[in-house]
Each structure stands twice: as C-alpha cells, then as structure tokens.
Design a protein around this ligand. Structure first.
Ligand SMILES: C=CC1=C(C)c2cc3[nH]c(cc4nc(cc5[nH]c(cc1n2)c(C)c5CCC(=O)O)C(CCC(=O)O)=C4C)c(C)c3C=C
Ligand SMILES: [Fe+2]
Length: 482
C-alpha cells in the first residue's frame, strides 16, 4: 500500500521517519495535512501520541493513507514561525478497523530555538546589557551576595553601554541576531516540512525580544503536545544553553500543564556529522581565497567564558570546544587538507581570568612567529553577530595586520547553509521520540517517601518545639534550685 496523498505531519520514531521520508510525496498544495492512518490488524493500537501514528506492516512498509485538511494559522506571531497542526485518526484498511474514526489523537509538534538575543537599536543596548548581567549564570555571585545581582547589573550595564554601543553602531546600529534567527527558524520549519514533519517553530531569546518566556506562553496557547528544544549554540555552556534551560525549567515547574508536556532538549550538537561537514565545507571554500591556500593557518576563535565556569562549576564548554575542533580538523584531513590550526578564546569581559589562550594575544604571537596567512573561524555561534562583524572583522583583523599577518580571511557563520539547516531538522526528528515530561507527577512510592519525610520532620520538629517551649521554665526552675 502506498501513501496516496501528501502530508508533512507526524511524530514518529526516528526509524519510522526514515521510512516515512522515502514513501511520502509532497502534496500539490504543500499544506500540512490531517493524517488518517490505516492499519492492518497487526498494527499496534494507537493509544499514545507519537510512535503509533503510523503503523509498520509485517513487510516493513508503511500502511497509511494521508489526506485531509490542515489548520494553518496565518496570523503572524512574535515568536512563531509557521503554525500548523494535524490530527490523526485511525480508519479502516483491509476490512479491519482497529479504531473508530471518531477516536482522534492529536499531536502538535513545537520546536523551540533558544538564542541569546541582541539589541535592535542603540537605545536597547543598556537594557539588553542589564538583562545579561542580571543573569546569575553570567555573573555568578556567592549565594550570600545574590541580593546584589540586580544593582550590580544596573551598574555594570550603565558602565559598559558606551563601549557596547560603539560596537553596535559600527555594525549598523543594532544586532542582526533577530533577523538571522527568524530566517533560520523559517528555513528549519521548511526543512522539517520537507521531511514530513509539520511543526511550529518558536524563537526564545534569553536577553532580548522575543523572550523565552513569551515563546513558552505561545507554545501553551497553541496547545503544543510535544516539544523539542534546540539551542542555537553547538557547544553547551552554563552561560548560554544552561542559562536558557534554567528559565524553561523554572517556567515548566511552576505550571501544571507545561510540567506534563513531553519535551526533548538537545543540549549540544557540535559532534553531529552534518554540522562538522558544513563547517569543513565553509573552511575549505574560504581557504581557496588565499593565493597559497596550504600556507594559511586555520584560526578557530571561540567565545570565551571565565575559567571558574570550567574549573569550579564543571562547565563542559572547553572540552566540547576542543573536541569540536578536533572533529572539524579530522574531516578536513579526510579531504586532504592538512593546514596548521589553532584555537583561542575571544570576547572576555571584566577583571577575572577567562579561558586561554586569548585571541588578541595569540594573534600578536603568531605574527611574531612569522605566520603570514590566517583564516579566522568563529566557532561558538551559528549567526553573524557583533563578535564576528565587529570584534573579528574589525578589531582582530586590524591587530593581526599590525602584528605582521599579511593575508587575512574569515569564514562566515553557518547562517542558512542548507546542509546545516537540514542537519538541524534531522536533530529535531531524532530527538522527538525521547520527549518526556520535565516534571512528571509524583509516583506512589515518591508520595510515600514524601509522607515519611513529613512525619519524621513533624516528630523531630515537635520535640524541638517542646524543648524550646519548656526551656525558659526549665532555666527558671534550675535558677530557683540554686
Ligand atoms: C560577562 C560574561 C559573558 C559570558 C560568560 C558570555 C558567554 C557567551 N556569550 C556567547 C555569545 C554571545 N555573546 C554576545 C554578546 C555579549 N556577551 C557578553 C558577555 C558574556 N558572554 C556581553 C557583555 C555581550 C554584549 C556585547 C558586548 O558588550 O560585548 C553575543 C552577541 C549578540 C549580538 O547582539 O550580536 C553573542 C552571540 C557565547 C557563545 C558564550 C559562551 C560560550
Ligand atoms: Fe557573550
């Protein structure tokens, strides 16, 4: 049996998806459709949301008939790219009905892209910086001093704003991050559509519009039933992905319906083949712009974090970054590209020690050592932003040229590179089946445990209260004795 109509909608296991991919052909309308799943009697009963939407037959083919309508909301929403939904109902096939057509299981897939956010105008710079420095994952104060977080954020943001503004003014008066992330979200939605998955893609920025909190409210309003969280940072850091996930955890813990929503979080994805190959493609291409491509040193410049994140707080960022560079270089070597390479960390802020070596110091050293051609590769972020457009392209380039480097190149950020977007879509599809409620309701054994803990506390609390209640009298009585 073949799928005789188009559809983009489904949430099925990854293996299921691969098969689905090969069997479905896009509809003439291209509109995500209602799926009617038809099953032989050997199909599982469709009692749960995801993996049972389509049924695999004994000969490993898909049994289903797709067609129908879609509910496509055309209203533009702040955080939302596309708005689709589908319903799945079982119907008859081969004369055996396993579910009545009236039994409709609905699945609405959401993808939440997490990103940092950036000021859109120069007036946004100081409040944006305030949000950034008010984040306890960015300025990590000891618990005792946490009451100082917001006043300190105010002070630092006001002090830093003039320098930051200069940077944003130099790249056109604001951050390009929102526009690029919007475009990436749309491209991802289309890539998912093309692979047969209808979804709503949302953007949640940590420090500027559209905020993560807004995106989560929209996800709730839209009745999303399964969510994949995809941070747009290839490597995990407490200060980026970790901070955004903390916001989500807080919101999901506080809300009964969100706490039950199946969610799959992709913590990091720097090791994915699609990402590594896309980075290698960009590097390979950019090396060709040098008159002597083999002579150019590949200079990976990663965003830094304070050393204490890695050494005291256990941030895996440095390890992941080093592994990421290793994987990219392996891929290049497999292509016969054996250029020298190095890794350094940029964009440090404040007086504390950050990950070393620092980009600026390394550039000077390389110039002194006689390196003449250098290809800068930004590696912690997938969009152009102030630190590529201003810091690398202007400040570091100038420093490199002053230090004796003659030929300078820079690899663009991945942006909308098709192989990269396709890989993100694959990552989403692979993550879907493992979605789980973030805060499942407590099980009976946990409830019993809680009750026991409560009783123990009550017992010792009562003894303490009794002692405290008696103690003045006991002291008085004792005194009277003397
Ligand atoms: C002060 C601590 C900071 C840490 C830790 C940090 C980690 C970190 N940041 C990124 C990515 C970006 N940061 C961006 C801007 C930016 N970051 C900080 C501070 C820390 N970042 C500041 C003060 C700023 C504002 C700009 C400035 O004044 O220098 C951006 C740019 C957004 C844009 O508007 O274009 C990105 C992207 C990563 C990946 C990271 C840790 C791994
Ligand atoms: Fe930063």
């Amino acid at each position: 049996m073949t799928m005789n109509a188009a559809s983009y909608s489904s949430v099925v296991s990854h293996s299921a998806f691969r098969s689905l991919d090969t069997k479905l052909s896009p509809s003439s309308s291209g509109i995500p459709s209602l799926i009617r799943v038809t099953c032989h009697s050997d199909c599982n009963k469709s009692t749960s949301q995801a993996s049972l939407l389509l049924c695999r037959s004994s000969n490993n083919g898909w049994k289903g008939m797709l067609g129908g309508a879609s509910s496509w909301d055309t209203l533009p929403r702040r955080n939302l790219i596309g708005q689709t939904s589908y319903s799945v109902s079982t119907t008859t096939y081969g004369g055996v009905a396993i579910e009545s057509p009236s039994h409709i299981a609905e699945e609405k897939v959401g993808v939440l892209l997490l990103n940092l956010g950036g000021p859109e105008t120069l007036n946004d710079v100081q409040p944006f910086l305030f949000n950034l420095f008010a984040d306890p994952d960015i300025i990590r104060l000891p618990r005792l001093f946490q009451f100082l977080q917001r006043p300190l954020a105010k002070l630092i943001s006001v002090l830093r704003a003039p320098k930051s503004k200069e940077g944003y003014a130099a790249i056109g008066g604001g951050s390009p991050l929102r526009k690029i992330t919007d475009d990436q979200a749309l491209a991802l939605k289309e890539a998912l559509d093309a692979k047969g998955l209808s979804s709503n893609v949302y953007i949640g920025m940590r420090y500027w519009y559209p905020f993560t909190e807004e995106a989560v409210h929209q996800i709730k309003r839209d009745g999303i039933t399964r969510l994949v969280v995809l941070p747009l940072y290839p490597q995990f850091s407490i200060s980026t992905t970790g901070s955004s996930i903390r916001v989500l955890q807080h919101m999901f813990r506080e809300d009964a319906s969100l706490s039950k929503l199946p969610v799959s979080i992709i913590n990091s994805w720097y090791q994915r083949q699609g990402y590594i190959k896309s980075m290698a493609d960009l590097i390979e291409k950019e090396l060709q712009s040098f008159s002597e491509p083999k002579e150019a040193m590949i200079f990976f410049s990663a965003h830094g974090v304070p050393v204490s994140y890695v050494e005291d707080a256990g941030d895996p960022y440095r390890d992941q970054m080093e592994e990421c560079i290793y994987l990219i270089m392996q891929e290049l070597k497999a292509r016969g590209i054996n250029n020298e390479h190095t890794l350094a960390y940029q964009s440090r802020v404040g007086p504390v020690q950050w990950l070393k070596p620092y980009t600026d110091e390394t550039l000077v050293e390389l110039g002194q050592k006689g390196v003449r051609s250098l290809l800068a590769v930004p590696v912690s972020f997938v969009s152009e932003h102030i630190e590529t457009l201003e810091e690398i392209d202007m400040e570091y380039r100038e420093l490199a040229l002053e230090s004796g480097i003659k030929n300078w190149g820079r690899v663009p950020a991945l942006g909308l590179t098709p192989s990269f977007i396709t890989d993100l879509a694959d990552a989403v599809i692979e993550a879907l089946p493992s979605a789980k409620a973030m805060y499942a309701s407590t099980s009976t054994s946990e409830e019993e445990h809680d009750l026991l803990r409560y009783l123990v506390k009550m017992f010792f609390g009562s003894i303490l209260a009794f002692i405290l209640f008696l103690s003045p009298r006991m002291i008085t009585a004792f005194r009277n004795l003397i």
